[in-house]
Design a binder for this molecule. Structure first.
Ligand code: PMP
Length: 425
């Protein structure tokens, strides 16, 4: 039976739907659920896949004879840089293997730009009257809180399935030298699942910018995190930027946080060799070298770039059914009602749910009262302000499948109740 859109219901039918949803919600609350869909964390089952790491490395030296227990090698272990250069489609001398968090590398890069300026800066960014970033929305909440913490202002542009609205980006950056950068999650973006097209990547690499030191923070956190057998390949932003004569514009980030251990993986930065030297120059003031034991552990664990790809298939087998379940429940419960739209991502960690404008906060509050923790409404927008109060980010990877089902049934009830309340108001 096809459900009727709320807008097509008679006043009586709408009133009875509201009553039904109130009853369903009361029942839901009475079951005393305690479920969490807030953050994109790997499940314990996924983490178990990498437990051989706990018995590695077996050697104290890498293939070049470097003793990994000692100081040195600020740029990271060569074998691991080579492995991930292959996976990220860059050259080994363009890659740094660092600590366990790419977000920290992003923060360090921003702090160096603010304090010292980049290789193509006229002065440190902190000496500019104002520094602003373009933020495609919805986007990754920690990108936004990081910028806010550093006093960098945010200007939003819409994110589409094939990347940001590049016309809007190009118009913003063309005349305003205070706009110094943009965040891009090029593959399976958080939370929209978008994949930046080759054409859009080329335009971002080539567009004229008023700031001579404009930077693309190309956060490829989900480069290898496919949910289907069709594996999207990220655009080669470093080559595109070089070809467009802006070699220092992109700085790429990635990590094994959602490949091996979220808390004990390895993060990577990739950029022009001049940018790499610049970053290491500043990093070297505060470090004599990274955790090369962990680097070697990862080299031994994977063996080759193909080893990483094979490992990601095991992740896919665990999490793809959870994403399918989100889609199944939402389709069954909300399909045809005209109360929500959502994506079916081909990779990454999130489902982007858009509910009736003006009801996202209400849905999240209703869910919370019924024991289901969702990411706060507005989180995917700078300053946590979703102008339409419509967007909710769902993160289904961490709970077991049965809990994903229960949580999505509950979310569907909350979405319907909030929509029926609004339509009846
Ligand atoms: N970038 C994006 C887009 C993310 O979604 C995440 C994790 N949620 C990160 C970066 C964090 O990466 P890391 O664990 O390497 O700090």
């Amino acid at each position: 039976m096809t459900a009727t859109a709320l807008t097509d219901l008679s006043a009586d039918d709408l009133a009875s739907l509201l009553e039904q949803q109130r009853a369903a919600y009361a029942e839901l609350k009475a079951t005393g659920l305690k479920l969490d869909l807030t953050r994109g964390k790997p499940s314990a089952q996924q983490l178990d896949l990498a437990d051989d790491l706990l018995r590695l490395p077996t050697s104290t030296k890498d293939s070049k004879g470097v003793d990994v227990r000692n100081y040195g090698g600020l740029e990271g272990l060569a074998d691991l840089r080579e492995m991930f250069a292959d996976l990220l489609w860059v050259e080994p001398d363009q890659v740094i293997a660092g600590g366990n968090s790419s977000l920290t590398m992003m923060r360090d890069t921003l702090v160096y730009l603010l304090l010292f300026g980049g290789v193509d800066s006229e002065r440190p960014w902190s000496q500019e009257e104002k520094v602003r970033f373009v933020c495609p929305v919805p986007g990754y909440d920690r990108h936004f809180t990081l910028l806010e913490s550093l006093g960098i202002e945010m200007v939003t542009v819409p994110m589409h399935d094939d990347g940001p609205d590049v016309d809007a980006v190009a118009a913003l950056v063309a005349d305003d030298p205070s706009i110094k950068g943009i965040w891009i999650v090029p593959t399976y973006a958080n939370p929209s699942g978008s994949i930046v097209s080759q054409d859009k990547a080329a335009r971002l690499a080539a567009m004229p910018t008023a700031a001579p030191d404009f930077k693309i923070f190309w956060d490829n956190a989900y480069a290898l995190h496919h949910l289907t057998e069709e594996e999207a390949k990220s655009a080669d932003i470093l080559t595109l930027a070089s070809a467009a004569d802006h070699p220092h514009r992109p700085i790429m980030f990635a990590s094994t946080s959602k490949i091996t251990y979220a808390g004990a993986g390895v993060a990577f930065l990739a950029a022009s060799t001049a940018n790499v030297a610049w970053y290491l120059g500043h990093l070297g003031d505060g470090s004599i070298g990274p955790d090369k034991v962990n680097h070697l552990r990862h080299v031994e664990f994977f063996g080759s770039p193909q080893g990483v790809r094979d490992h990601m298939v095991k992740h896919r087998e665990i999490i793809a059914p959870k994403f399918a379940e989100v889609d199944r429940v939402l389709t069954e419960r909300l399909g045809g009602r005209g109360v929500a739209t959502w994506n079916t991502p081909a990779g990454g960690y999130f489902v982007n749910l858009d509910v009736v404008p003006g009801t996202a906060s209400r849905v999240v509050a209703l869910a919370k009262e019924a024991g289901i923790a969702l990411t706060p409404a507005g989180s995917s927008f700078p300053y946590k302000q979703d102008p339409d109060d419509t967007n909710i980010r769902l993160a289904p990877t961490m709970p077991p499948l049965a809990e994903v089902t229960a949580a999505m049934e509950a979310v569907a009830t909350c979405v319907l109740l909030a929509a029926a309340e609004k339509a009846s108001a």
